[in-house]
Design a protein around this ligand. Structure first.
Ligand code: ZN
Length: 350
């Protein structure tokens, strides 16, 4: 029995010392060999007496243990060959459970019954295109990035000028002269390093349906009718909803163009460009600084509702805000069957 105890001690010691398993078993094998040798070669000696038992039992026992060890080794080899070690998956920042810093950052969203963890996860999965990084684009970009919208593309072909800083609060004085898309991207990443932002230093045209189709949602804050019409046509072609905001002087409006879900597109409501002079741009007519903040924030709010599938988005309704008199109006708007952009023959509502 003493020799069995020593064998066990060798195995335990090998384990504690962190040796590879074969070293411990080699020690045990050496002890076993010595024990068998003593029993066979010098059966009457003191060593044989110390070992005790029958040589045949020792040989048989050794054989059984060797077989078991061999079997285990074989299984391990087969397993290694059958299950190749998978390459560690590249963790994407926008998949998997929310990290502790993210849970902390979005805590006020997560406690909202209408958003919660699933809503926040949907925001992180979302891909959103922001057209125009101007007055409306500024709050849109900041609030979408702050809300944790996972992938944001911002497109603008303009450069930051001093006259923008009165309302385009995403920029700093030091950004004067920089491409707006790049300055907006830097501001978003500085606000929230968990989101991915791509900057496009160009306009979005009606040829951009493929780019738009890579996104779940588009927000348009451009300030010319031609640019809006082009974005609308590309969104209808791609079947992507478009959150649209517009501002002039003291008044703004916001709605969701989404013919795929029964709401009109922009051409349904505004089939013709306004007469020259009737809808002057901000540069000519002026705009009060906080107004794009109000309308752009409403656009970001609508985007969050659409992405999280909560509340009643402004589909088929246009909210009109009059800042000078502190009044809100809500207008019902409908699709036109003969709309040249989304009407029958061009598009079928799904
Ligand atoms: Zn239409």
């Amino acid at each position: 029995m003493l020799i069995l105890a020593i064998m066990l001690a060798v195995l335990v010691a090998a384990r504690l010392l962190g040796w590879p398993a074969w070293r411990g078993w080699a020690g045990v094998a050496a002890l076993w060999l010595a024990a068998v040798a003593a029993l066979v070669l010098a059966p009457g000696s003191g060593v044989a007496h110390l070992v005790g038992g029958d040589a045949r039992v020792w040989v048989l026992g050794g054989g059984v243990v060797a077989l078991l060890l061999g079997y285990r080794l074989l299984l391990r080899q087969l397993h290694r060959r059958a299950v190749p070690v998978p390459e560690a998956p590249q963790p994407s920042a926008q998949s998997g459970p929310l990290s502790d810093p993210e849970l902390d950052r979005y805590a006020r969203h997560i406690v909202l019954r209408e958003l919660g963890g699933p809503g926040q996860a949907a925001l992180r999965r979302a891909r959103v295109l922001v057209v125009g990084a101007g007055g409306l684009g500024a709050p849109v970009c900041l609030y979408l990035a702050a809300a944790g919208v996972g992938r944001i593309t911002v497109a603008d072909d303009d450069h930051v000028g001093l006259s923008n800083l009165q309302r385009q609060v995403i920029f700093r004085s030091a950004d004067d002269g920089r491409p707006k898309a790049e300055a907006a991207r830097d501001a978003m990443l500085a606000l929230n390093p968990h989101v991915e932002v791509a900057a496009l230093n160009r306009r979005i045209t009606d040829a951009d349906a493929a780019l738009i189709a890579e996104h779940d949602l588009v927000l348009d804050g451009t300030d010319s009718f031609a640019a809006r019409r082009a974005v609308n046509a590309a969104c209808v072609a791609a079947g992507v909803p478009l959150v649209a905001g517009a501002i002039a002087q003291w008044e703004g409006q916001v709605t969701i163009w989404d013919p795929r879900h029964g709401a009109p597109c922009m051409t349904c409501i505004f089939p013709e460009a306004p007469a020259p002079g009737l809808a002057p741009a901000c540069a000519e007519a002026g705009v009060v600084g906080p107004l794009p903040g109000v309308i752009g924030s409403l656009m970001a709010l609508e985007a969050i509702k659409l992405i999280a599938r909560t509340g009643e988005p402004l589909r088929g309704r246009m909210l009109i805000f009059d800042g000078l008199y502190g009044e809100n109006r809500l207008m019902k708007i409908s699709r036109r069957a003969d709309c040249p952009t989304c009407g029958s023959g061009h598009f079928r509502a799904g």
